[in-house]
Design a protein around this ligand. Structure first.
Ligand code: FEO
Ligand code: CA
Ligand code: CA
Ligand code: CA
Length: 604
């Protein structure tokens, strides 16, 4: 019975009841703190947040907008400190007409002032800052030497197979090895040596001009170019390289994985082209038994693929500097699922198999610059918008989230690419699903670098009470516990799987955070732990090593209206003004930390 199943879960907190309103909600016996809001100071000299005077200089000294990837890294580095650490946080995108008064979704491109455009460029990218806990109270350490902002103007290197390629050269960078800025920083990962990997997810929207003037139309099309969404920040007005006609190669210099060292504020970020160019959701890292480093990546668009990168050499735990360029050499591969319960990682290596010079893949630069086309050729399995990936530290299994794909077709209704397949079994798939991937050697010695894994469906999302949803959860799942649109995944120190969602959710349901066991009687039995304010997605659950704190990013609060769940079009009709609820103050994306009143392990 449901009651027995719930009792069997290792999670004993009192599950929330579903609600969708302007506020956020957390369990009884827990407290929630707002640790950082858009515009909060990260340095002793940061100007106070003031939307009337916000410009690039101010934004580059403050916590950015739409925080997505979130990770707590204990200080000192490599310790298990749970009261002091670095927060590394990405800032994915901005919605100008919800940030500044007097703009609408129709007119903002023309109405934005140059100062506002520079503010937008400054509030995207990455924030790195020290945090410390006194009693139950977390605070930003403003005078920490680690605090750093990376934004759309920060200089970075380009390394790996495509570095120096003619297709990456611009007037400002005739070497093809230096780029200014990172864009659309979605989810990411942390390497064993403590650097952050940030996935650039869809920089195309930022560019202005006519994409038909670009020299490589086939690639433009395969990258899923959508003319209507161009020029979302009007940045080409202050920085002409963001116009196709001015600089036809600039767009090729984004949509990579960027490696950033949070422990060395002087270290130049590096775009690692070995990991391919696509709509990078994240880059979750684990280590194979032989010490080689393995990075798992989703390409977040309908019918795109799951990727993996395995370094050529093992990492060196004794010498941090020796790992500096480890990610430049290795093998990129893409997932193909089979009906016998196995999946294979197919190498994307120039000159191997179908990836011939005749097919356009003479060099590895050709492969990484056109990763999707290479993956098409080798016969990868098209997925339903793959996002979060997480390796389980106890069982060695991997969990991966397919958010949803309304365009997936039922059997016999279309071509092979668009039709349901063994790993994406529902067409259409409006609610998403989670897969469980099992490498050989799990649980004791999981080999994440192996060519063949086993796999299974973990959950099919949707409402178990609606037969048409074809949902599949543990039968003990309550009316508040099921979810749709899974995006980011986390595993806590006790081994429980946390899922955050990114709608659009069904009527009356807010994007939220859920937690469940992955083994035992509570397997796949999610419980509702945190509800975000209307219009927010929840991102990137991360934990203190002792499990007493869970951090979560609340991205784009108020993006939907309360009244009809439709997109808000002005600051005034945003669904909420969370978390300040102050006159004239917009909703502010924020980083939240949740702890228990008795300082116990969250979820227990
Ligand atoms: Fe930025 Fe795939 O969500
Ligand atoms: Ca995401
Ligand atoms: Ca999103
Ligand atoms: Ca998403």
């Amino acid at each position: 019975s449901p009651a027995q199943a719930a009792a069997a879960s290792s999670l004993t907190f009192k599950e929330l009841q579903r609600v969708r309103d302007t506020a956020d909600h957390w369990p009884q016996g827990y407290g929630r703190q707002i640790l950082a809001r858009w515009g909060d100071a990260l340095f002793p000299d940061s100007p106070a947040f003031d939307i009337a005077s916000l410009d690039g200089k101010a934004a580059e000294r403050q916590f950015g907008y739409n925080n997505d990837f979130t990770q707590f890294l204990p200080l000192p580095q490599g310790s298990t400190a749970s009261d002091r650490g670095l927060m590394v946080v990405s800032h994915e995108y901005a919605t100008p007409f919800l940030m500044f008064p007097g703009l609408t979704d129709e007119d903002y491109r023309e109405k934005l002032t140059d100062n506002q455009i520079r503010a937008l460029m400054g509030c995207l990218g990455v924030s790195i800052f020290e945090v410390a806990k006194t009693g139950r109270d977390w605070k930003i350490v403003l005078d920490s030497r680690y605090n750093r902002r990376i934004h759309m103007g920060t200089q970075m290197d380009i390394s790996g197979p495509a570095a120096g390629d003619d297709r990456l050269k611009t007037k400002a960078d005739p070497t093809g090895r230096t780029v200014f800025g990172t864009i659309s920083n979605c989810n990411g990962g942390i390497t064993p040596w403590g650097t952050m990997l940030s996935g650039e997810e869809g920089a195309m929207d930022v560019f202005a001009g006519d994409y038909k003037t670009l020299p490589n139309q086939e690639l433009v099309e395969r990258q899923g170019w959508d003319e209507d969404e161009n020029d979302i920040y009007s940045v080409s007005r202050v920085d002409p390289r963001f116009k196709f006609e001015e600089e036809p190669n600039e767009w090729m210099r984004f949509d990579w994985v960027v490696e950033i060292d949070p422990f060395d504020p002087q270290a130049m970020p590096v775009k690692r082209t070995s990991l391919g160019r696509m709509t990078h959701e994240g880059a979750q890292v684990t280590v194979a038994p032989d010490g080689r480093v393995v990075v798992f990546m989703g390409d977040d668009d309908d019918f795109e693929y799951l990727y993996r990168f395995v370094t050529r050499d093992p990492w060196n735990p004794a010498d941090r500097a020796a790992n500096k360029d480890l990610l430049d050499n290795g093998t990129l591969s893409v997932a193909k699922f089979s009906s016998d319960g196995t999946m294979t990682w197919l190498p994307l290596v120039a000159g191997q198999g179908q990836l011939t010079a005749e097919a356009g893949f003479a060099t590895q630069a050709d492969v990484v610059l056109n990763t999707r086309a290479a993956a098409d050729l080798v016969g990868a399995t098209p997925m339903d918008a793959p996002e979060g990936f997480v390796p389980h530290h106890g069982t060695g299994k991997l969990y991966v989230a397919m958010t949803e794909n309304e365009d997936r077709l039922a059997a016999g209704k279309g071509d092979e690419r668009e039709t349901v397949n063994i790993a994406n079994p529902r067409g259409p798939n409006p609610h998403g699903h989670l897969l469980e991937l099992v490498p050989p050697g799990a649980p004791d010695k999981p080999d994440h670098a192996a060519d063949t894994f086993k796999w299974d469906v973990f959950v099919l999302c949707g409402d178990p009470a609606k037969p048409e949803d074809e949902a599949m959860f543990n039968p003990g799942t309550t009316a508040s516990g099921w979810f749709t649109d899974p995006d980011n995944l986390g595993v806590d120190p006790a081994g429980r799987l946390w899922v955050t969602t990114d709608g659009p959710p069904p009527e009356g349901i807010a994007d939220s955070m859920y937690v469940m066991d992955t083994e035992g009687p509570g397997r796949a039995l999610p419980k509702l732990f945190y509800i975000a304010p209307v219009g927010s997605e929840c991102c990137s659950p991360t934990f203190t090593p002792d499990g007493t704190g869970v951090f979560v990013s609340v991205q784009h609060p108020g993006e939907l209206r309360m009244s009809d769940n439709e997109d808000a079009t002005t600051m005034a009709d945003a669904g909420t003004a969370w978390p300040d609820f102050a006159d004239g103050m917009p909703a502010r994306p924020s980083l939240v930390v949740i702890t228990r009143d008795d300082n116990g392990v969250v979820g227990n």
